[in-house]
Write a protein that binds this ligand. Structure first.
Ligand code: UD1
Ligand code: CA
Length: 433
């Protein structure tokens, strides 16, 4: 069955206490709204996103990922509230699934479950220990939903109800068209509530059904604290899926993986590892407390405490502790300790000694360092870019390379070592301890 989807994302998000619109706060590297649109697209080709506050900014961000989404600007002045939000939506299909933009954990199959129930209105509910902030679901003795009452409008008795409105609804489009104009804003917030449609449907003897759903999956993010809980749940989900596919993780609760990371083959992640957006691993061992961002790593081991910055390609390579790599290609390389390799291309069999630095920036522009095969770069060398080092080169420890080095050469620029015997005692005196 084809359905239309409306995602309400026009609210101020006051409780986030932030200048950023609520739905642009990120979970696992992506905006909350991104997650819900991405899942919606799996089941619908008619998606409406309702915006108001900083609509341009939200739209601009989403345009980077998605096309074919209908953006609807809510008439917030005249019709504030969730009931006002969907007034402007014209669904293409007979049924409209309404989602809150602040539900980053919802997945396509959770959405699909609504379509299995036949009714004029399907609403969603769960029971929770801390219902504060949620609309309470008032039911009769047969578990029929009578109405939803918002926290701010609830009586002391009603507040004790632990069945809450999860905030996702499936409406017959005709029912909405007929009843949205009937909503009133006579409540404590002077807003139009989508939740009032339940009582309206009952008054017209329309069929209302409740779908009981998982509290965690349907959690709404209203504050930074909620955001942190949603992040933990999302991380648990992401990591569990990878482990089920055969990725090993040491102390997974300390590992952070963003939502689009890909791993294949035999991958191993140690504690404290962060894999950020755009990272692709194949048979990689990432050791403790390393950070990898937007890079491809194959058949290699990295860290501990290494940082791989965007646009690096690392294959058949060993990267040790305190090595930073940026926008570089390393194939069959060893860089065991304390180095900065930026804007570099380094070929097979090359060894980068401890403390090697590619000096890639002169304060104005960035330059390339090209290193060939089987090069031995001695410890504490500086390679001043742009510079090319051919195959089979030996660079002596402590050398500052400022010219291209031809194949097979030794590069050395060392000040001669002076030894002045007895200088210590002359300088400090004979009895210096
Ligand atoms: C809403 C429900 C509540 C439910 C909870 C579930 C209403 C009146 N209340 O409360 O019963 O338990 O979700 O999480 O619907 N929005 C707009 N335009 C507006 C106002 C809000 O688009 O004028 C959007 C928000 O951006 C947000 C969503 O609607 O994505 C929900 O709004 P929010 O203020 O978070 O509602 P809750 O108080 O959480
Ligand atoms: Ca909410």
């Amino acid at each position: 069955m084809s359905i239309s989807i409306a995602i309400m994302a026009a609210g101020l998000g006051t409780r986030m206490k932030s200048t950023l619109p609520k739905v642009l706060h990120e979970i696992s590297g992506f905006e909350m709204l991104y997650h819900i649109i991405k899942e919606s697209q799996k089941i619908s080709d008619d998606i409406h996103v309702i915006l108001y506050h900083q609509a341009d900014l939200v739209q601009e961000k989403m345009n980077r990922y998605f096309s074919g989404i209908h953006y609807v600007i809510q008439d917030h002045q005249n019709f504030p509230g969730t009931g006002g939000a969907i007034r402007g939506v014209v669904p293409k299909y007979e049924k409209l699934l309404v989602l809150n933009g602040d539900m980053p954990l919802l997945e396509a199959e959770n959405m699909q479950n609504f379509t299995h129930l036949e009714a004029d209105v399907v609403m969603s509910a769960f029971t929770c220990k801390e219902p504060f902030g949620y609309g309470r679901v008032i039911m009769d003795s047969h578990q029929n939903v009578l109405k939803i009452i918002e926290e701010k409008d609830a009586s002391v008795e009603e507040k004790k109800v632990t069945a809450v409105n999860a905030g996702v609804y499936l409406f017959k489009s005709d029912f909405l068209k007929e009843n949205l104009p009937k909503l009133s804003n006579e409540n404590s917030q002077k807003e139009y509530y989508i939740t009032d449609l339940i009582a309206l449907a009952n008054a017209q003897n329309k069929m209302v059904k409740a779908l009981f759903v998982d509290e965690n999956t349907f959690m709404g993010v209203n504050s930074k604290y909620h955001l942190s809980i949603a992040e933990e749940l999302m991380q648990e989900r992401i990591k569990r899926r990878f482990m089920e596919q055969g990725v090993s993780m040491r102390l997974p609760s300390t590992i952070y993986i963003e939502a689009d990371v890909q791993m294949s083959g035999e991958c191993k992640l140690e504690n404290g590892v962060s894999l950020l957006k755009g990272t692709v691993l194949e048979n990689a061992h990432i050791k403790a407390h390393s950070v990898v961002q937007k890079s491809v790593i194959k058949n290699s081991d990295i860290g501990p405490m290494a940082r791989i910055r965007p646009d690096s390609l690392i294959e058949d390579t060993h990267i040790g502790n305190f090595v930073e790599v940026k926008k570089s290609t390393l194939k069959g390389v060893k860089a065991g300790h304390l180095s900065y390799l930026g804007d570099a291309s380094i070929d097979e069999g090359t060894n980068i000694g401890c403390g090697t630095i590619t000096c890639n920036y002169d304060g104005k522009a960035k330059y390339q360092t090209i290193i060939g095969k089987n090069v031995f770069v001695g410890s504490d060398s500086q390679l001043v870019a742009p510079v090319t080092i051919a195959d089979d080169v030996l660079i002596a420890s402590g050398t500052t390379v400022t010219k291209n080095i031809p194949k097979g050469a030794l590069a050395i620029n060392r000040a001669p070592l002076k030894i002045m015997e007895g200088f210590f005692y002359k300088f400090f005196g004979k009895n210096h301890a």
